[in-house]
Design a protein around this ligand. Sequence first.
Ligand code: BES
Ligand code: ZN
Length: 884
Amino acid sequence: MGDEAAGGAASIAANREILPANVKPVHYDLTLEPDLEKFTYEGTVVIDLDIVEDSTSITLNSVDLDIHSTTIIPENGSEFKASSISLDSDKQTATVKLDQTMRAGSKIKMTQKFSGKLTDHMAGFYRCSYKDAAGNTKYIASTQMEPTDARRAFPCFDEPALKAHFTVTLVAEKNLTCLSNMDVAHEKEVLNADGKSKQSVTFSKSPLMSTYLLAFIVGELKYIETKAFRVPIRVYATPDQDIEHGRFSLDLAARTLDFYEKAFDSEFPLPKMDMVAVPDFAAGAMENWGLITYRIVDVLYDQKTAGAATKERIAETVQHELAHQWFGNLVTMDFWDGLWLNEGFATWMSWYSCNKFYPEWKVWQSYVVNDLQQALSLDALRSSHPIEVPVKRADEINQIFDAISYSKGSAVLRMVSMYMGEEKFLEGIRLYLKRHAYGNTTTSDLWAALSQVSGKPIEAVMEVWTKKVGYPVVTVQEKPDQKVISIKQNRFLRTGDVKPEEDTTVYPVVLRLKSKKDVDETVMLTDREQDLKLPELDFFKLNADHSSLFRTRYSPERLEKLGRDAKAGLLSVEDRAGMIADAGVLAASGYQKTSGSLSLLQGFDNEPEFVVWNEILGRLGAVRSAWIFEDVQVRDALKTLQRKLTSSKSHELGWEFSENDGHVLQQFKALMFGSAGAAGDQKVLEAVKDMFSRFSSGDYSAIHPNLRGSVFDLVLRNGGEKEYNVILDRYRNAPTSAEKNTALRSLGSAQQPELVQRTLDLSLSDEVKAQDIYMPLAGLRVHPTSIIARWEWLKNNWEAVVKRLPPAFSMLGTVVQLCTASLSTEEQLKDVQEFFKDKDQKGFDRSLEQSLDSIRAKAGWLRRDRDDVKSWLESHGYLGESKL
Ligand code: BES
Ligand code: ZN
């Protein structure tokens, strides 16, 4: 197994599409002068190159740039002639041919003058817009280089392993703020061709770093600053924002940097840290070294108008990007197939630190119902991929920023940290960071450091998890007379149709066997099957606290017994939530009956914990959305079940918030309120009506921030045009981006066809930025008619969608997935396949495959359990005469 895996890694590396290694960049001197009226920029780059082999050509990356001139000057000698330059738009390269041979061991300076466009694709050096107080549209220029768009900003050797030093100069109007990764080294006045006086700002030389971490920003910006950390930290925003809303992130950043320096025993090496709220931003945030960029809602927090969930998201994002300053920026993956070393780590680290700063948030509990489930969910599709997946081209690289790299990656780290113990794990991390600072690594380097400090064979246990796709379902059979359980592992697929050739991997499973006495942290399943002797069989559970990556399949009797054990207090919150998740997913995949999972859910009506409820409602939600095109009576019965489950808890918790409500309680109230309301609870709906009517007459504080999304959603589900217009108006006029987004996300809940159409039209209109298109679309999921309308809309507007979101950038895949993954019948599956059959799927092929797989899984589930669910609903009184 080890050998095979190692061979796999070698071939991954051999198949990479990378630049020739005949030269090596050492230093870039880059000057850029953006024009915020023409949306173009002029640039000059001087690259110091070491010549590694005798050569007559230089190939570097460049996309959509006009390279005007290239000169090459050897260290000692006179200028070489560049005889020609050729561009390869497919490989995204420019090749300079020389009339002389550059000798191995020598050094040259290559200078290129070029110009580029400030596009609005949120990649490379691009433009962003915002409205000033007078309502005029204003622009700033900003960058997003990761993964492979530095080559859109300037000609460069755009690979993570080709680290170099950078000295950046920005030339701009004097009233504009210029920022880059480093602090300002010197500024001077320059007169440009038309005699205008401008500032030329040169930043200090950067440490050795990868191109994808470079950043520069030019625009009208204001800031707040803290000196609470060793180096100054600032939060910047455009003038339309209230900069004080950056205070929470600013203070958290100071504490977090300090915490990380100590935890990693490694000083943050840059002279400052700037964090900027960028008005147009494709992702949530980007960890550029010393200049982190954020989507506005992920960094600016208005305590008065935002809820607990928003605060948690911002804290997570800030701590994630700051963790990257070490994991990714200081120590960088060798190539993109090692992306998980960046993203898995930053994700794990953000919880680790969040848990230290806000223990009352209980983020490791949320992890079980959020990231762990996302990982297990995607990785149960045939179209999933190993954590370390060969990727060659830009469009392939873009698509692996997914739940495998982030969530499975962090789950693997959670697993190994529990296996080693958190302290040892951190010790290993410190060693890894020290050993590889300013360098590049592969996954083996990480395992080596962890093995060294722990003395345990970490690589042998862990490499399967990153090199192989999927994870197992562990089936438990009991032999009560011998006090033995027989366990067996098989690859788990959501479609429930694993073929023998797909079931060849034997995963080293950390079983974490829980008994009345304790948790056995060492016992592992390293073969396909194994017998385990237990002291007694009255109570046991595998995967204690769900920190391992597998699902457990118990007998129906044992599952019922575990339900009772849960009530008796033998299971932790994580155990209860994880067990409910496993049971629900196994039912959806045909390993068990859905009726059994519904009975289990029903038994949890007295559950006291938020996280467990989150999972209960998530599982019921999964049934309801797979059943969304089924008979209305059955759908109503499921809704009645939801009401039965949630009403009393939501009434008990109430929907008033006080100063003393903890972070989790606030979210608990909001969750139960929203679910009960969506299930038709009359008391909740009356409260909604009351809040919304006060809100409509201008009292915006009538809806508590924690409830805003639910109230909008419920009002629209049950309302019409009048309500729609009030919420649309709020989208247009609310003072903060967070509030605007809540409105935009809920518009899709309206049912009338005209309103569905308005939401669809709105998503492609000028009123919605490209960064937000997915929000109104995501809302169209509560009525079967809107799911179908959304899919029809995508088919009818395909060209327009592709034009707005070109496949070279990352958002097309999101939209394809959104518009297709809620479908659930065989006919719909065929329709989707038919539509995309002749289309070029570059840039979204992975998303589409995953969507198709998830439709297949739902269609199979319905085929198997349609009658089972119906008869369960009947026999429990939810269907037919006796409506509860
Ligand atoms: N490195 C990513 C940003 C990124 C994402 C670049 C996709 C290129 C493609 C950044 O560190 C990140 O992971 N951001 C997350 C936020 C985080 C809290 C999970 C994001 O953007 O959602
Ligand atoms: Zn990240």
